[in-house]
Design a protein around this ligand. Structure first.
Ligand code: ARG
Length: 463
């Protein structure tokens, strides 16, 4: 904690005994929240400027404090600042140094504010920037996926439901599904800004302040939209932290699903893709191994990110209004999730830049498992005006027959299919290839090559 000139914490005037050493150590958040120094100095500077403007402090005091804060900013930026582990947090460390630099006048800085609103203003300013950072990472990832999709419009593979071969699709269509997910992730971070743009500075400890402050002034200077409306809610509220942690969790979930699919496809059993050496690791005993550890890392770390969200939810559960020490952990959780999602998005791109598509195997697998059966049923509905259920039944009989004869659907002879339904002719079989199947899915959002080209154009406009 910060000491006054008698080398005691500033709040220690009524607390006569020295605090427990153990608690002083574990209760300090300095090592975590020193990351907020820029925001802290910026908000403090605007705060004292407002105090001066409202004639709450004189010009000369304001100038001294602003000068001191600038100097501290330079010291910290140039790594010339000694962080004293006895300090409770970054706010106390800066205040203590300000006392050393400008003397007793430093004490004016805390007029009409509390650490409760100070910590929130710093944290929200940080989170605005952090959200922008994540949005940039998401955009870069989206651009890379679009590039891969453009090169693979005509790469055919099977789609899966229940991990069983379902219908032929284009690999571009598959990978563009992740563009949709990342677009939603981006929107989540954009939407979160509404809450982040409410300025907490000036609510002080819990009740507001008796000084005639101008919250609109600090709101404008710090680029918030409005001051928060209720002082009690403001110091209690950590919804914006939940939103942030949730948005990161969902994005991480998407990355994890991608990782899991690529692990499967890179397996010897699937063999649909091959990871390049840059993103695999070896085994200490089995010389032949090339393991997809990078993907497993992405999948695993998603658990940690969920953990951070759950920690925050649990901290808030049943916590009375307003500020409690419990809340101090909010920053560590947000910083950890932020650092992780940035690494995860970057690593996902490394993987996307380092894999080879096994096109032959994709086609072979797309042709396995009667993946064009639905096309045959659709054809029967269209040509013979049968209800879909009847066409479905006929098609399942044809699939049974093919299975019995060990043939694919388009290897069946006309006589064999006429045996199932007299009306059927060669056209039905001629149409049955995986390329036609993909081409035919022209409904909006479907996998047809034409649709994919249109969607790529649309995505490019929005990044
Ligand atoms: N280090 C504390 C935190 O980050 C600062 C708030 C302290 N407020 C208080 N009333 N003790 O939450």
């Amino acid at each position: 904690m910060s000491k006054n000139k008698n080398n005691k914490p500033v709040w220690s005037t009524r607390i006569k005994k020295k605090s427990s050493n153990l608690f002083t150590k574990v209760g300090s958040s300095l090592n975590i929240d020193k990351r907020l120094y820029k925001q802290d100095i910026k908000a403090s500077t605007v705060h004292v400027e407002m105090l001066f403007k409202k004639k709450i402090i004189p010009l000369q005091v304001k100038n001294k404090i602003v000068w001191g804060l600038k100097k501290i900013f330079n010291e910290i930026s140039r790594k010339k600042f000694t962080f004293n582990n006895q300090a409770e947090d970054i706010h106390m460390s800066i205040e203590k140094r300000l006392f050393e630099l400008v003397g007793e006048d430093a004490g004016f800085i805390h007029t009409a504010r509390s650490r409760n609103d100070q910590v929130l203003v710093d944290f929200k300013l940080w989170m605005m920037e952090a959200s922008e950072d994540i949005i940039k990472e998401i955009n870069t990832t989206i651009n890379l996926i679009i590039k891969i999709a453009e090169k693979n419009i005509f790469t055919i593979m099977p789609s899966f439901t229940h991990l069983k071969n379902a219908q032929p699709i284009s690999f571009a269509h598959y990978i563009l599904a992740y563009v949709e997910m990342l677009n939603r992730d981006r929107k989540r971070f954009i939407n979160n800004k509404d809450q982040l743009l409410e300025n907490p500075l000036g609510v002080a400890a819990v009740a507001g302040t008796s000084f005639d402050i101008d919250r609109q002034y600090t709101t404008n200077k710090l680029k918030f939209k409005n001051p928060t409306g209720n002082s009690i809610d403001t110091v209690s509220d950590r919804d914006f932290v939940l939103d942030f942690l949730y948005s990161i969790s969902v994005c991480s979930n998407h990355i994890s699903r991608f990782a899991e699919e690529f692990i499967l496809w890179n397996s010897d059993a699937f063999d649909l893709i091959k990871l390049k050496d840059k993103v695999v690791t070896g085994s200490s005993i089995m010389p032949q191994k090339k393991n997809p550890d990078t993907l497993e890392y992405l999948r695993g770390k998603t658990g940690n990110v969920y953990g951070n969200l759950f920690s925050m939810l649990t901290i808030l559960k049943g916590l009375p209004l307003s500020y409690f020490k419990d809340l101090q952990d909010d920053k560590e959780l947000a910083f950890k999730s932020f650092d992780q999602i940035k690494i995860s998005l970057q690593l996902m791109r490394e993987i996307l830049n380092n894999f080879i598509i096994n096109k032959k195997k994709m086609i072979k697998l797309a042709e396995t498992g009667y993946t064009t059966a639905t096309d045959l049923a659709d054809y029967i509905v269209r040509e013979y005006k049968y209800p879909f259920r009847k066409a479905y039944l006929i098609t399942s009989k044809i699939v049974n027959l093919a299975e019995k004869k060990g043939k694919t659907l388009n290897q069946l002879t006309i006589n064999e299919i006429k045996f199932v339904d007299k009306k059927l002719n060669e056209d039905a079989l001629k149409l049955l290839n995986i390329e036609n199947s993909v081409k035919s899915k022209k409904s909006y959002g479907g996998t047809s090559f034409e649709n994919i080209k249109k969607m790529i154009k649309k995505y490019k406009k929005h990044v």
